[in-house]
Structure formats: C-alpha cells, structure tokens
Design a protein around this ligand. Sequence first.
Ligand SMILES: [Zn+2]
Length: 501
Amino acid sequence: MIERVGYHQYRLSAHLWLSSIFVFAYACCLLVGLGSCSPKDKTESVRVDPRPNIFLITTDSVRSDFLGCYGNHWIKTPNMDQISRKGHTFTAMYNQSPYTVPALASIMTSLYPQQHNARNVLLEQKNTATATISSEIVDLPLQEKVKTWAAFMKERGYTTIASVGGFTVTSAFSGLNSGFMYYDQATDQLFRSGEILIDGIERQLAAQKNQPLFCWLHFFDTHFPYQVEGPCSLLYQDSRYVSILPKDCQYDRTRIQNITNEQNPVTAVNQTIARYAASISWIDTQIAQVQRRLIRQLSPKRNFMIVTSDHGEGLIEHFEFFDHGLQLYNTTTRVPCLFSFGQQVEPHNSQVINHVCRHVDLWPTLDDYLGYSRAQDDRTGRSMKPILDGTGVFSEPVLLEGKVVQAKVPETRNEAIVSDPWKLMITHSENEVRESLYDLNDDPGELLDLAGKQSQVIKELKQSLNTLKQLKSEIDDSDVMLTSQDEDTKDKLRSLGYLGD
Ligand SMILES: [Zn+2]
C-alpha cells in the first residue's frame, strides 16, 4: 500500500506518513520481540554467576550529529535517545581510524592501528624473476597473537559471542573473531540485516548456562549503500529535511547511481542523505530489539551496554562523498558513544561527558568497573572511570590515521592529533603535504584553518604526535600474513565502495 503512494502525494502528507511508519515499524519490532521471549524464565533460573553481562554494540558509519541525543532534530532515534537519557553520553569520543577494521580492532585491543597492525597498508613486493618492484594497497587482518578484549574475557570465564553484519568484518577479512567462542557471520554475503544478527545471538543465549556474557554485535545496515527496507526506507524523503549541497558543487554521480535515479544533483544528494538517515532510524529499532530480545532475557539489573560507531560518514563535506577512510575530520572520526550501566552497576546517574576520549579507552574502563587487575598492562588505553565517577581528570591526546592515499608513494597516510581544544591534521595530496589546525571548541565544523597563526601550538602538537607514533607495534613484519584477494572478494569490496576501479 505504501509503495503505491506517489512521491508528490507522499510529500503532501509527510508528517502523517512518518508518524504512521514509525508506529508500524515499532509495532512490528515489538511483536517480533514478544514472540521470542519464551526462554526467559529458564535462562534466568540457571544463571548463577553474579558478574554483569557486557553488550558491545557497534553501528557502522553512524555520525553522532545524526542522532537525536546528539542534537539532531529531524532523525528519529528514540531508543538511543533513551539510553542517553538514562546513561552516559560521550560528546567527544574519537575512533583511532575512520576505517572499519582498524577502528574496530582498536576497540578490541585497546591499541592504536600501528600497534595492532590490522590496517590498510602499502606493500612493496620484489619480483625476483623480472627484477621489478610492485606496490599494492592491502588490508591486513588482526593477527591472533594480539590479545583481544574477547580473549581476555574468555580467560575470566565469560562466554564470548559475536554476530557481525558486513563482509569486511568477517573473520577471514578482519581477524576480529579472535577470542570469540562463537562468531556468527556470513562469508557469502556482502551484508546481513540487523534482525539476522540478533537471531544469531538469541540462538546462542538459549544454549547458555550460568556464565556471564561478553557479546558484540556489529550492525552494518548503516554502511553505504545504506540498505534499509520496509517502512523505514520511506522516511525523510521529503527533501526539505536536508539541503547541504552547494549550488555549484560538482560530483561524480557514479557512487550514488544505484541509490537514486534522480537527475537533479541537489535532489539526488538529498535523497541519498535521507536514505542514510532512514538506515539510522532502522538501526535504532534494532537496538531496541537487542534490549528486548537479548538483554531482558538475561537480567536487566546486571548489564553493561556500550553503543558506539566505528566511524562516521562524509556526506559531501570536506571532499568526502558518502565515504570515509582517507580524511580525518570530525565527520568521520568523532563518533557517538553511549554507556548504559544497568540497575545494579554504578554509577547510576546520567551524565554528559565532554572530555576528549578514545575508543582504546573502552576496554580498560570496563575492566576498572569489573575490578580486574591492570598489572603489567601493555594496552594503550586508560580507564575513563575517574571522569565517570567524578573522582579525577582524564586528558589523553588522540592519534588518528587514515588509509594510504596513493599507491605510488610510501608513507602517504593522513594523520592527525586531537588535544583539547586543538586538532592538527597532516594531509597528503598528489604534490604536497599540508598542515591544518582547528580550534574544535570555536569551530566544530573544522572550516577555519588556523595553521598560519599558531606556530607554537603546531610545534607542541607535532611533538605529541611524533611521541604517539613511536608506540611500538605488537607485530613483527614476519608475523604479517597476507591472503591475496580473489576477484570475487574484490567485487564485493568494490560494491561497498572500498576499492577504486
Ligand atoms: Zn565501518
């Protein structure tokens, strides 16, 4: 019925339809959730370990400014908004790379990309037969010898389970399965919907006995090309919501031609942004399902839940056209992060945390709350508990790295350092290396480059950046194992926007 409604008709009654669609979508989610609650009593009755369950939910490519709890007024995210109201909202959480595998690996290892080495690298290979050197950009998976959060929790008696939605997060491509006893994935698909991910975890919960859970879900629905279906897909198509494309902006339509047939460039971009927004509202309903179908089956009183994103998404700002990875602006590096502590875990009171924080700090923070010893700790992250408890300060600079820029030139990787309130970016282009400096307090959009006026600040930031770059790798070159990508794999990556043609 909805599909028969013409575009103009839809525009005339946008408010009514949006409301109806949301009621319908949430009613559907509620019915699915209610229908799957039968194991509840049985699961609770045998669970005897008092330690809290850990739920880590990562959403791919979600910008914080597209969430209601971060001030967005037109995108509906009621579930994440509620988590924010009851829990803790980090307004300046940074990833360590705006690229999926290195970003997630930094969460899972509490190490920077140059330390865990699950990153995008330029490899030079010598062909002895022809006496030539060829270079290729490849994505390295996380190696088993690097200790992960999941492996650590498994050693402490936790059942470690994960379910991931994207091809790039599969075990062979990413190595992110390290430490998980059960890793639900689909190697023959580019993408799996969030609903299927929750199904996979729910099946595992039914087999649980009395061990606490460390559970990770990586939702991929919000990754380009923003695959959202059903009622949510019609949200926000009224173009009055978004209009950020300058009139004289030139862009390559190729990237969005499978999303919209619209020929007017402004409308085409707005429709693509609308679909991205719709995918975020859809994922919000799936987070409600995690709470309803998974967390409440266990014990609502004993759960830590973290909701964050691996990176954001450039929506034509800063020369990023529905993409992420190369540039290091806040659009892709400052990410949403919400903590929910459950009823029996301190601290209860809701807070907004404005300190600059890092993804590498998540694991040490949770360890701190769980009371696990940090003796001989070789992780880079630090516990954020002092700022959550109000008992101390937290001031750690953030190192950021992008993908390799050009295959022909070694060491062409964009990098940046964030040290409140400054961000220094070092950006490579074909013929130059450029430094730019932004005051993030006064200029959160990073539009006014102050590099020409703050030489002393730049000098100090470069010293900090070079110190952080000295952090040693956990991996020797001899440990690096490459699996060459076959044509099928390359096709899959290409369709997700990972490889250039
Ligand atoms: Zn990603």
